[in-house]
Ligand binder design. Structure first.
Ligand code: GH3
Ligand code: MG
Ligand code: MG
Length: 431
């Protein structure tokens, strides 16, 4: 349930507002003087404050805009939306109310209808925004505008980092690189121009795809062209209507959400395309890509690489005796033993059914044979309880200095693997 505070001194006004709020399921509180309002709000942050434009306090009066400004400058919760109702409605008084930090300004005679519509719209629009999980960044020089945008975002459940200047915002972004869902920039940023700030934000790769909304008081077509070309997603004129702001925000956040989903899916596809499902090792296709690259790199910088091909000994028996599923478990377990035994810079892949292959950059064949024997021992030492025995590997090793084609290096290693099998298995052959 949302909490609302009515600030006013005339009975009719209070009663009318109370009826609307109760009807919309608000918990309603009352303040009859500015002092009461200030002390109540300090201790108890409400979601909404509705003020009568002139509040009589004994022999004196206080204006709602002054009270609103004073409450905002004492930093009442950013979550709080403030609305002013007035007998004296004009563009000038409305702008004053917005400047003071009010989100809406209604003539008193229509207040029941206007307030009901506004709250229904704002609440339903704010509820619509289900996408923003990361904060927004607001760059806005004007204190009231900034807190106005912040409170609208807050009301919709979106946190924000807010800055007065472009430099402050960019320093923060460069230092922390937080995840951001949307940028809201004032056209008239004081230190940097809006265009320069936008350009800098878009030059940070992590923020290239993040939507940027520009808020502007003046409408100049050529300025808009410039900012659109620099990557702005939208313009919104100040003072803006809360419902329109939410609808636009909703569109941008939805697009951002779809882009995030697409990126996540692409990542999964990329992983699937390079990875063997059973063992989690790289697959054969990816291995060939790596080998091709390594071969030309090694040629260029005149360095060596080596290949180890390994094949599980008598693996058919494991499947035949203990079943295919147990065979799969043995395969995965051997894959992780090998993975733990190679360097991060080495590329280990599942080359075929029960065959693995390792590419060792900057390593001679002789050194690779030492690594291979270490891997062979590590696997041979693993005791499989369910089989009450161990599993062994045969390996063939070849170095890039033995041939100028990488296909041939693989071929040589494969012939040596065959030799290892013929010689009695559970061994490494490198000659
Ligand atoms: P050798 O010592 O000569 O290598 O004998 P082997 O039994 O290991 O070799 P063979 O090529 O005769 O059999 C390989 C077996 O590996 C047969 C095949 O069913 C099994 N295999 C291949 N891929 C998988 C897999 O993904 N899961 C399981 N469980 N078994 C597999
Ligand atoms: Mg085998
Ligand atoms: Mg085999």
């Amino acid at each position: 349930m949302l909490d609302a505070l009515i600030v006013g001194s005339s009975g009719d006004f209070i009663k009318t507002i109370e009826d609307v709020l109760l009807d919309l399921d608000y918990e309603v509180y009352f303040a009859y003087t500015s002092e009461e309002a200030e002390s109540l709000v300090k201790d108890y942050p409400v979601d909404l404050i509705i003020m009568e434009d002139v509040i009589s306090e004994g022999s004196s009066t206080i204006s709602a805009t002054d009270l609103c400004q004073s409450l905002k400058s004492q930093s009442i919760s950013d979550k709080t939306l403030t609305i002013i109702a007035s007998d004296n409605y004009s563009d000038k008084t409305r702008d004053r109310a917005f400047e003071a930090g009010s989100v809406a300004f209604f003539p008193k005679e229509n207040i029941s209808f206007d307030l009901r519509n506004f709250l229904k719209n704002v609440i339903s629009m704010a509820k619509l925004i289900g996408y923003g999980k990361n904060p927004a960044v607001i760059v806005e020089n004007d204190d009231f505008q900034r807190s106005h945008i912040k409170s609208l975002l807050n009301f919709a459940g979106i946190k924000s980092h807010d800055f007065k200047t472009g430099v402050e915002a960019l320093d923060f972004l460069n230092e922390n690189r937080p995840e951001i869902d949307i940028f809201i920039l004032d056209y008239l940023i004081k230190d940097y121009t809006c265009a320069a700030t936008l350009q800098q934000i878009k030059s940070i790769p992590a923020y290239q795809q993040i939507p940027v909304m520009i808020t502007t008081a003046a409408d100049s077509q050529s300025r808009k062209y410039e900012l659109f070309l620099l990557g702005a997603a939208d313009f919104i004129s100040k003072p803006f209507d809360a419902g329109e702001f939410y609808l636009r925000l909703q569109n941008h956040l939805k697009t951002k959400h779809l882009m995030d989903m697409l990126e996540a899916k692409n990542k999964i596809l990329a992983i699937n395309a390079t990875t063997d499902e059973l063992t989690g090792l790289f697959n054969r296709r990816f291995f060939w890509e790596c080998l091709k690259k390594e071969s030309s790199r090694a040629d260029r910088i005149k360095s060596d690489y080596s290949i180890i091909i390994m094949d599980i000994d008598d693996f058919k028996d494991v499947n035949d005796i203990y079943g295919h599923l147990n065979g799969d478990k043995v395969l995965s377990s051997i894959a992780s033993i090998i993975k733990n035994g190679v360097r991060k810079t080495d590329t280990l892949a599942r080359f075929g059914g029960e065959e693995f292959i390792v590419l060792l950059p900057d390593t001679s064949g002789k050194n690779a044979a030492v690594v291979a024997d270490k891997l062979r021992k590590a696997v041979a030492n693993k005791y499989f309880d369910f089989m009450k025995s161990n599993i062994t590997l045969s390996m063939g090793v070849a170095g890039s200095d033995e041939s100028n084609s990488f296909e041939n290096v693989i071929q040589i290693a494969d012939e040596r693997l065959y030799k290892a099998k013929k010689n009695g298995k559970n061994q490494v052959v490198f000659d």
